[in-house]
Write a protein that binds this ligand. Structure first.
Ligand code: OTP
Length: 179
């Protein structure tokens, strides 16, 4: 059943995840994550997700360090930020135990560049106070859209690789809860 009163949602970071995929040497595909996410959804329907780029975890410390320094330049751009507006009441009205598909149009700010992401998510109501938001299709980023190709070429040279793809699929599972 739906909550009786309206409250803002806050990301439950321990139960949320965001994964991205890299491809090197044409066929070597690896999955990586960011450990630290935060976010919220206000009563006005302003939804935000903040990704702490210093929390990148590729399973290889040297690679994490190189990505922070040469790719993301975390001293200048510590966060990637996603924002969108949605209808709070539509989210509130999803009955517990059910899933609803929603079209969203979000802005991703990464490396000082804003790009628009139009995609479909599914919103599942876990309980009166918790929802799970997941992408349905993989979200396909291209590093060139953010001016990140020079950084990728630096990583490629440092690791002495023949290629690293600029195409990066992203998937997320975000749990939001009211307080
Ligand atoms: O020697 P060696 O072979 O070992 O070499 P190494 O492998 O060590 O070194 C080589 C290095 C390699 C191979 C790594 C290269 C790395 C890359 C190519 C990765 C580059 C990464 C990029 C470009 C991007 C990373 C991803 C992000 C920053 C995350 C972006 C976030 C996205 C897309 C999420 C978007 C979210 C949306 C649209 C919605 C969010 C929802 C909400 C806010 C809630 C909405 C709520 C409701 C209710 C609907």
């Amino acid at each position: 059943s739906e909550p009786q009163i309206s409250l803002p949602y806050v990301l439950d970071s321990n139960n949320s995840s965001l994964y991205f995929v890299s491809t090197k040497k044409e066929h070597t595909v690896e999955t990586h994550t960011f450990r630290t996410l935060s976010g919220d959804i206000s009563l006005d329907g302003d939804a935000r997700l903040s990704i702490d780029l210093s929390s990148v975890d590729t399973g290889v410390e040297t690679r994490d360090g190189r990505m922070k320094e040469h790719l993301f330049d975390i001293n200048t751009y510590p966060l990637a930020q996603v924002s969108l507006s949605l209808d709070y009441d539509t989210v509130k009205a999803v009955p517990a135990g059910t899933t609803q598909e929603m079209e969203i149009s979000a802005t991703l700010n990464l490396y000082g560049v804003d790009i628009q992401i139009d995609t479909q998510v599914q919103v599942s109501r876990l309980s009166s106070s918790r929802i799970l938001v997941q992408n349905i299709q993989p979200i396909l980023l291209n590093a060139t859209d953010f001016g990140l190709e020079a950084g990728i070429e630096t990583l490629r040279t440092l690791a002495n690789l023949t290629s690293i793809s600029y195409a990066v699929p992203v998937n997320f599972n975000l749990v939001f809860q009211t307080q």
